[in-house]
Design a protein around this ligand. Structure first.
Ligand SMILES: C[S@@+](CC[C@H](N)C(=O)[O-])C[C@H]1O[C@@H](n2cnc3c(N)ncnc32)[C@H](O)[C@@H]1O
Length: 224
């Protein structure tokens, strides 16, 4: 995952990724572009993929079964499959056509809950009770983090939840782009109150030791 700042010379040798997997040479370097993610899905290089719904997600989802769920930057959409199978209202979006193709294949008969869309302009067909975050925030270059916080605040009503995994500790380059905890708190606190903060036991290697499960509750209806 951590490759966009590497030199693009096609003859350069592969370097190990954070997961220890050799990083292929890629033509696309801008994670703001769907083509960046398309290339990685098409070549099967997805070291961020959890290969199943993470335990903390399952625990949280079991406590929030009656609310509509939005999953932005869904990638393979393991979590959407779990929610759709039990009949919960869910939309999983991704702006990469290759990610959407992967997710639709995984979801099979539930594939209609997956939509190709850009998070920053998407209007869900419902007001989400909660929005799930995993490896989406850290896929965004830091210049987009304020836009993320504002869009999350706009999508949720007062009391709505933004819940999931955050990759903590600033990184010199990415993705994944880690964030220092005080910076994350400053970014989200104007519109959200932190109500859960837990260690994660089943991190995959790319995120091991640096992610926490955080649940943020939307404050009043205005956007600060
Ligand atoms: C590192 S992957 C994580 C995928 C998934 N959340 C997971 O945990 O496996 C980041 C995903 O975010 C998607 N993405 C990045 N920017 C996006 C945007 N503006 N709108 C929608 N999807 C976006 C990418 O296409 C990619 O599939």
């Amino acid at each position: 995952m951590n490759d966009p700042d590497r030199p693009s010379a096609p003859s350069a040798p592969s370097a190990p990724s954070d997961a220890g997997q050799a990083v292929p040479e890629f033509a696309t370097r801008d994670p703001n572009s769907p083509a960046f993610w398309d290339e990685r899905f098409e070549r099967g290089f997805t070291p961020w993929d959890p290969a199943g719904a993470p335990a903390a997600f399952q625990t949280f989802a079991a406590r929030h079964t009656n609310e509509a769920v939005l999953i932005p930057g869904c990638g393979s959409a393991w979590e959407a499959l779990l929610l759709a199978q039990r009949g919960q209202q869910v939309r999983a979006i991704d702006f990469s056509p290759a990610a959407i193709a992967t997710a639709r294949e995984r979801l099979g008969e539930h594939g209609a809950v997956v939509e190709q869309a850009d998070f920053f302009t998407y209007e869900p067909p419902f007001t989400p009770g909660w929005i799930y975050e995993r490896a989406f925030f850290c896929a965004l270059p830091p210049a987009r983090w304020r836009d993320y916080a504002q869009r999350m605040a706009a999508l949720l009503s007062a009391g709505g939840l933004l819940a999931g995994f955050w990759f903590l500790g600033a990184t010199p380059k990415g993705p994944p782009f880690g964030i220092d905890r005080p910076e994350l708190d400053a970014l989200l606190s104007p519109n959200f109150e932190l109500i859960e903060d837990e260690a994660v036991a089943d991190s995959i290697p790319v995120f091991a030791g640096r992610e926490r499960w955080l649940t943020w509750r939307r404050r009043g209806s205005g956007i600060a």
